[in-house]
Design a protein around this ligand. Structure first.
Ligand code: PLP
Length: 380
């Protein structure tokens, strides 16, 4: 099988892991954690970074740090990986699910604005969702496929209503929005995942980036069991969410080759886009004018034929073609969450096909995949 996305661990990963073992620094304190945090902050164009155990825990602690509490609502797109919504639930809050823009597959700022206008009122300085009576506590945009949402427009809405913004930039390291890196787009905090299927990985893990002071300091404190000093004193209910030195050793080695990895992802995406340009049933993934995406996953949108038929065909040829996110409002735990109309998410999700896009995918393998897709459409 040509795999969908496997890591490239051919840099300093093994050497740095060996250093961890020899130094006995294997846990959540150690030199690689500090170096990794600095490398990610620099790459994201952010002042500072906190390394945590996963992207999901990063979102959970970030939402907690900006003040999301039990029984509140957090606005997020339905077209996302379920972890985004789960992090909201881990705060005891509920996602207010919104549809996406057709052209970017990210949270639609116009729908965001009109939904807040129509469905909320301000009471005692709080934004209250009328039909549930719940306080709206934050906005959580998602950078789908590693492409930033239209952040200037989203931040404008957030500013008008006084809402904090936590960005789910899980797969977006290396992307830019209007020439600015992802840690500098106006969100209070942004989360980057280092899960095994991301462009660069720590085996598992996440990083929350932001400005020094304020919410990011609280992320560091809460994720380190809210410890005060070294005498087992804790001032809040914290989390054991810090990244280990072992993970950070792998993550740092990966960060050393981030530019190379992102360039490979972009090249793979462009090769598919060019290879499919003459197949009228296939549309490339979105390329919104405001972003240079990180092209985490490659593939296409199947606009006419049955997506599953193409997927099954490729899989019989040992090409790991897969579906993509099933919207959150269609998932059992979120069936009752408040939501907007979902015309775009519901139309889109069954037609997305992801294709092999490991950074080490060879040119002959990619040519083979493209020619098999073409053959499917030519009835060969
Ligand atoms: C959009 C999105 N949000 C959140 C996550 C959760 O990250 P993690 O798997 O590191 O917990 C992922 C990926 O895994 C993701 O793709």
């Amino acid at each position: 099988m040509i795999p969908l996305a496997i890591p490239d661990l051919t840099g300093n990963e093994a050497r740095y892991l060996q250093e961890c073992i020899e130094s006995t620094f294997v846990s959540s304190v150690g030199p690689f954690v500090d170096k990794f945090e600095r490398a990610v902050a620099t790459a994201a164009g952010a002042e500072s970074a906190v390394a945590v155990s996963s992207g999901t825990s990063g979102l959970h602690v970030a939402l907690t740090a900006v003040g999301v509490k039990r029984d509140e609502l957090v606005i997020t797109p339905s077209f996302t990986f379920i972890a985004t919504a789960n992090a909201i639930s881990h705060c005891g809050a509920t996602p207010w699910l919104m549809d996406i823009s057709r052209t970017s597959w990210t949270l639609d700022p116009k729908l965001l604005q009109s939904s807040i206008e129509r469905e909320t009122e301000v009471k005692n300085n709080d934004l209250i969702h009328l039909s549930t009576g719940r306080r709206v506590a934050a906005i959580l945009p998602v950078y789908t496929l590693g492409t930033p949402a239209d952040m200037d427009a989203i931040i404008d809405v957030a500013t008008v209503y006084g809402l904090p913004v936590v960005a789910d930039a899980a797969a977006a390291l290396g992307a830019t929005y209007r020439d600015r890196p992802i840690g500098n787009l106006g969100a209070d905090l942004s989360m980057i995942s280092f899960n095994g299927n991301k462009t660069v990985t720590a085996g598992g893990g996440g990083v929350v980036v932001g400005n020094k002071g304020g919410a990011l300091d609280l992320v560091r404190h809460l994720s380190t069991t809210a410890r005060v000093g070294s005498d087992y004193t804790h001032d809040q209910v914290g989390f054991n969410y810090r990244m280990t030195n072992l993970q950070a050793a792998v993550g740092l080695a990966q960060m050393e080759r981030l530019d190379h990895m992102v360039a490979a992802k972009r090249r793979i995406r462009q090769t598919y886009d060019e290879g499919f340009s003459e197949i009228s049933s296939l549309k490339p993934f979105p390329l919104p004018a405001w972003a240079k995406g990180a092209d985490w996953f490659s593939g296409c949108e199947v606009t006419f034929e049955n997506t599953q038929a193409l997927r099954n065909h490729l899989r019989t040829l040992e090409i790991d073609a897969r579906p993509f996110w099933k919207p959150v409002h269609l998932q059992v735990p979120y069936a009752d969450a408040p939501k907007t109309e979902m015309n775009i998410s519901e139309d889109l999700w069954q037609r997305v096909l992801t294709l092999p896009c490991s950074t080490q995918l060879t040119a002959p393998d990619q040519e083979h995949i493209i020619s098999e897709v073409r053959a499917f459409y030519n009835g060969a």
